[in-house]
Ligand binder design. Sequence first.
Ligand code: C2E
Ligand code: MG
Ligand code: MG
Ligand code: MG
Length: 290
Amino acid sequence: AAKDGGRGRYHFYAQDLHAEAEARAQLERDLRDAIVQGDLQLFYQPVVSTATECITGFEALMRWRHPVKGWIPPDKFVAAGEETGLIAQMGEWALRTACHDLAKWPEEVRVAVNVSPLQFSNPQLPNIVTNALARAGVDPSRLELEITESVFLNDDEGTDAMFAALKRVGVRMALDDFGTGYSSLGYLKKAPFDKIKIDQSFVRGATQPGSRNGAIIASITSLAQALGMDTTAEGVETLDELDLVRMHGCSHVQGFIYECPLSSEDALARLEQGLAAIASGPRSARAPRQ
Ligand code: C2E
Ligand code: MG
Ligand code: MG
Ligand code: MG
């Protein structure tokens, strides 16, 4: 009986693997179609200055409008794009689209685009970025590229050279999800980032009594300040979290407290309401401004 049970389990396991492989293959086929059919879309989440409460820019976040399944978040398909290499096309499309939308926004507003490790290892990336900027006619200083610590995993000359090449193009560089990877100070020394994005896992729970997150956020912001880098606190959802990251010196905030990611039309409308209009969001929860 024990043997039967064992075989049964094996059988189920094999079935699971088969189902998983099948689902993956289906996802890849769908993703290929999505790219061809133009079913990917960029949404834009405001990034707000803590000093002025004005929108200083937007982060472009990819979404997939699936014909059957509806909106699919990037957590469900970016990894598949990376594994299949499709992210190269997706990423180039994102850069072009973000620059195209950026051209419609006021000069002082920036856009940030996420760049995956595979894209970062492509020697053509600086050309791709330059072309996207030139086609849209926007200044390189208005584009920020977000890379994660994982880019530095295979710490070689290629990584350093790519970083330097992108800085020569004139774009800003941001270190995304800081604190979740190896967080080595070595690459902060080598790579002159313009911004560190403090991962939302440090913001979440930071306001709970006894949390160590506040001390960590304070250390990151003082380090960043000493190195001349901006800091964005990611995933700020509540007024208490906003007060806390402000108190600890974050120069920028991104989170549902202000806005969710918006369609490009809504982002433009948001800007046209006046850059400062966003400030009435969390403030009005405390005390009406008018
Ligand atoms: P990320 O770059 O760290 O982006 C921030 C994520 O936090 C976004 O999730 C955003 O919607 C979410 N977020 C913002 N404010 C809040 C908040 O107050 N609370 C909570 N709980 N979440 C908040 P999203 O859009 O689902 O993207 C997830 C990840 O997918 C991104 O993390 C990024 O790593 C990746 N991604 C998104 N777009 C692209 C892209 O165009 N290219 C590449 N390579 N990766 C992308
Ligand atoms: Mg990002
Ligand atoms: Mg992040
Ligand atoms: Mg993330």
